[in-house]
Design a protein. Structure first.
Length: 367
């Protein structure tokens, strides 16, 4: 593969990502799919429909990722979630902070992008604050404290950081087969809970959950198959095109927002490049705008008072810091990371849900 072919392939990867993220933006806007909203419905109204949508999306993503692994198309050990150590404190603390923050910010990063596309200027404020705090935690002043005082709490798991590796080790099977069996088990548990409520089985709920799950699988395919090569023409090394981590990636929305702010500020220095994350951020926002414009619901909204702004400021800050500590947001860890059956993603996802639950309980007591 020469440099021209490499450039053409990279733009193909970015174009495919743009198409998928546009679809996701429309889907999220029309369906109101939202992790924070799902927890809120459960706590406040005792309604589990949106939580079941999320569980269905997760089941589809888990099974789809495992099928691609079993077919030899991708390798979870080449994903961005394949780290040497389990940063247990960072993952746990980050998840709790992000979960609390997304309640006070009226939604996670993906929901903020959808609302911004529909004209909500509060979401623009949330995204800017979240991105700046995340950028500081990634490579600014907060990064120093993170590395020195939080990331030092880590452990190594002898069987590996993926559930598929555990199955492979204990049942004496290949990683591909272990990943598939582990995914079948997790997906079955999730689907059993989803279909338990027959009233959930409507076209709207099923299409939303399956659609979001397939989008996660599609981005894994774009990153891990379409954008994967065995020999880069310059480095002669294996590569993944248009990823910020230089590894296989799927959707996440906090770090890419931070990278977008960084790119806007320093684009002329020649080191910034288009990535799957940057394109997906713009694609989701654009998709939501198209959907809102088509529905006739596009309108500008802002803060009602200073207290509302202050609450969103704190929430966005917690999300920015929490996502970096947990190495992902409610989408980046809750769907993309979880689909790999990463132990760290299990911890992060449960912590995010617990943080959101705690914030909602706190708000209800203060009301």
């Amino acid at each position: 593969m020469n440099e021209l072919q490499l450039a053409q392939l990279q733009w193909t990867v970015l174009a495919a990502t743009a198409f998928v993220s546009l679809f996701l933006g429309v889907l999220l806007h029309r369906s109101h799919f939202c992790t924070m909203g799902a927890v809120s419905d459960m706590v406040v109204m005792e309604n589990f429909d949106r939580l079941r949508q999320w569980a269905l999306a997760l089941a589809v993503a888990v099974f789809g990722f495992a099928c691609m692994t079993y077919a030899g198309l991708i390798n979870p050990l080449q994903s961005m979630y394949a780290t040497k150590d389990l940063l247990w404190l960072s993952t746990l603390l980050g998840g709790l902070l992000f979960g609390w923050g997304m309640v006070w910010a009226s939604g996670c990063g993906s929901k903020s992008l959808v609302r911004l596309g529909a004209g909500n200027l509060k979401s623009l404020f949330v995204l800017l604050v979240m991105g700046l705090v995340a950028l500081s935690a990634m490579k600014g002043v907060l990064a120093v404290a993170r590395v020195q005082y939080i990331d030092v709490f880590k452990i190594q798991l002898p069987q590996g950081l993926f559930l598929g590796e555990w199955f492979s080790h204990y049942f004496n099977m290949s990683l591909q087969t272990g990943s598939l069996w582990a995914a079948c088990l997790v997906s079955f548990i999730l689907l059993f809970w989803v279909v338990k409520d027959k009233s959930f089985l409507t076209l709207h709920h099923l299409s939303t959950g399956i659609g979001v799950g397939l989008v996660i699988c599609a981005v894994w395919f774009i990153s891990g198959v379409l954008g994967h090569g065995m020999e880069h023409p310059e480095t002669l090394e294996e590569f993944f095109l248009a990823t910020s981590s230089r590894k296989m990636e799927a959707l996440s929305f906090t770090s890419p927002v931070a990278q977008a702010i960084d790119a806007l500020a320093y684009f002329s220095d020649g080191t910034k490049r288009w990535t799957i994350g940057l394109v997906s951020v713009m694609g989701v926002c654009a998709g939501a705008w198209i959907s809102a414009w088509h529905q006739g619901t596009l309108r500008l909204e802002g803060f009602t008072n200073v207290a509302d702004m202050r609450r969103h400021l704190v929430g966005a800050s917690l999300m920015g810091l929490g996502a970096v500590l947990a190495m992902g947001c409610s989408i980046g860890q809750g769907l993309s990371g979880f689909s790999t059956l990463s132990i760290a993603s299990f911890i992060a996802t449960l912590a995010i849900l617990a943080g959101a639950y705690a914030a909602l309980q706190y708000d209800m007591r203060q009301a």
